[in-house]
Design a protein around this ligand. Structure first.
Ligand SMILES: Cc1cc2nc3c(=O)[nH]c(=O)nc-3n(C[C@H](O)[C@H](O)[C@H](O)COP(=O)(O)OP(=O)(O)OC[C@H]3O[C@@H](n4cnc5c(N)ncnc54)[C@H](O)[C@@H]3O)c2cc1C
Length: 507
């Protein structure tokens, strides 16, 4: 029997697997997707992904919901932009900024508890410094790698922001700015976002954790976890999994299970795990699994300048984000006093990449957790694997949309100052699924409003832990991967503590 079976090889699963394998545990990782070759574009994989039923922003239903970040070894990190921001202190208790009907947004611990876990992840991935310039960063940067130079577009945003009295800063990226851990510095070969890095400069979990530990971590690909099987109330003996190529099913036994399949798929797995002991799904005795789904509320703005950029943009796009603003993160003029993050986003359309008059900014605000926003299963219809269809029932809260309006105005000011003749808000589609998934197996001390305890263990189930963004009671407004990875490190480290009472965080 394995010591631990980790479900999902993405941002969270790879971190948990690495911690446990380095402590000498026999680790098996189940991964539904396959390895992706360097240079692969995400859009070449998406047609093979299962969809979900989801609400569009008008409240109607579509079958084209997207319940993934990416389905492959390394998960979303293979295709991410590498943005590696820490949550702000306010994000650990945003109660004063949420509507009365929100689920309790306070985390069961604060920033200082998560800080050493952030440190571990930044050291292992190789996160670049913000130069100490991010005005709301909760603790000083580690300064492992120098900040990236702003892109041509980023330089224009820095100049405009400073002219308005704002404090732009270099975005911390898990993209090497100098040779790191055997990887070369980024040479702008593709855009970071949407492409699997051709050189290994991007600190995805495949390059930084799974490949270096290949002799200690077995990753079984093409293997979908279907349900966790209890042998007695409160203890799981095995996970039933399905070979996605043949449809064959088998049971994999382990002493412990770590669920890290992304906040939508992790909730779906618990909901599918119905048994005589848990008729509504594992850990779902109080009906909380799947509730509190948060996908952020965000919008991109494209500006068309009245002049050419001073510098020429990188021909293939290069780093997607080099500059960000947190001036309006806490802002008394913003509805509820909490704004969000404004960040450069490079154009993705090849024609726009070459266009010296195009600038883009993204605005991100946290969406407050509400019980009605949820992942459910429709047991009356099945997908290609014969499993109940996944449903994303999500509507943005009106207060969060007002906060987005406010932040969009602040971002438009920067673009206008940079010389925008026109600013076009891009269509919003975050209710269909998003790269930012949180909240569906929320942590807390009260089983009436949470699924997992503060250690990530499913309430009432001794050997199952959730380790991904599903744990987050409140998402914060920054990109999630670094926090998800810090959480996974914390969950795995506490599991080790519990088993060995040794009690140190592996370096
Ligand atoms: C294009 C893009 C750009 C992004 N850029 C950024 C960024 O710059 N910064 C940032 O912070 N975030 C970014 N994100 C989001 C980031 O990738 C995710 O937040 C992060 O990967 C989530 O980690 P996770 O471990 O929860 O899920 P994932 O990384 O998605 O990993 C989950 C894994 O579990 C597997 N899985 C799912 N269900 C099952 C099952 N039943 N059985 C077996 N395996 C299963 C999936 O195939 C997947 O590999 C981006 C995402 C995308 C798609």
């Amino acid at each position: 029997m394995r010591d631990v079976c980790v479900i999902g090889s993405g941002a969270a699963g790879a971190v948990a697997a690495a911690v446990l394998a380095e402590a000498g545990w026999d680790v098996l990782v189940l991964e539904q997707g396959e390895h992706v070759p360097p240079g692969t574009h995400l859009h070449d994989l998406i047609p093979g992904y299962e969809t979900a039923r989801a609400r569009d922003l008008d409240g109607g239903w579509t079958e084209e919901g997207y319940p993934w970040t990416a389905c492959c070894v390394g998960g979303g990190t293979r295709f991410y932009a590498g943005v590696s921001l820490r949550l702000r202190r306010v994000d650990f208790d945003a109660t004063a900024h949420c509507a009365a009907e929100a689920l309790p947004p306070a985390w069961p611990f604060g920033y200082d508890d998560l800080r050493p876990h952030y440190d571990w992840v930044e050291r292992r991935l190789g996160v670049t410094s913000d130069g100490g310039l991010d005005p709301t960063r909760p603790s000083p940067p580690l300064d492992l790698l120098p900040p990236h130079r702003p892109s041509a577009r980023g330089a224009a945003l820095v100049a405009a922001g400073r002219a308005l009295g704002r404090t732009p800063f270099p975005m911390p990226l898990a993209v090497a700015s100098a040779p790191f851990a055997g990887a070369p510095a980024c040479a702008d070969l593709t855009t970071c976002t949407d492409f699997a890095c051709p050189s290994g400069a991007k600190g995805d979990v495949h390059h930084r954790l799974l490949a270096p530990l290949a002799d200690r971590i077995e990753v079984r690909t093409g293997c979908k976890a279907v349900r966790l099987v209890e042998d007695r109330p409160g203890r799981v003996a095995a996970v039933e999994c399905l070979d996605v190529a043949t449809g064959a099913r088998e049971l994999v036994r382990a002493r412990h299970f770590v669920v890290a399949a992304n906040a939508i798929q992790s909730a779906a797995l618990l909901l599918r795990s119905r048994s005589a002991h848990s008729p509504d799904g594992l850990g779902n005795g109080r009906g909380v699994v799947g509730r509190g789904l948060c996908m952020k509320v965000g919008q991109n703005l494209t500006a068309h300048l009245d002049h050419d950029l001073d510098e020429i943009p990188a021909p293939k796009g290069g780093r997607y984000v080099t500059v960000a603003f947190t001036d309006n993160y806490l802002d008394q003029h913003c509805p509820s006093g909490l704004g969000g993050l404004v960040l450069e986003t490079g154009p993705l359309d090849p024609a726009d990449i070459a266009d010296r008059r195009v600038l883009r900014l993204e605005c991100l605000v946290a969406d407050q957790p509400v019980a009605e926003n949820r992942v459910t299963l429709d047991w009356s219809t099945v997908d290609a694997y014969g499993l109940p269809r996944l449903v994303l029932d999500y509507r943005p809260h009106p207060l969060d949309l007002k906060r987005l309006d406010y932040l969009r105005d602040r971002a438009t000011e920067v673009l206008t100052r940079a010389g925008a003749a026109r600013v076009d808000p891009e269509p919003m589609d975050f209710s269909l699924g998003s790269g930012h998934l949180h909240g569906t197996c929320r942590m807390g001390t009260d089983p009436a409003t949470s699924v997992c305890d503060p250690q990530g263990r499913v309430h009432g189930v001794v050997n199952v832990r959730v380790a991904d963004g599903a744990l987050m009671p409140y998402p914060g407004a920054v990109n999630p991967a670094l926090t998800i990875q810090a959480l996974a490190h914390r969950v795995a480290t506490l599991l080790l503590h519990e088993e060995t009472a040794a009690g140190t965080i592996p370096e």
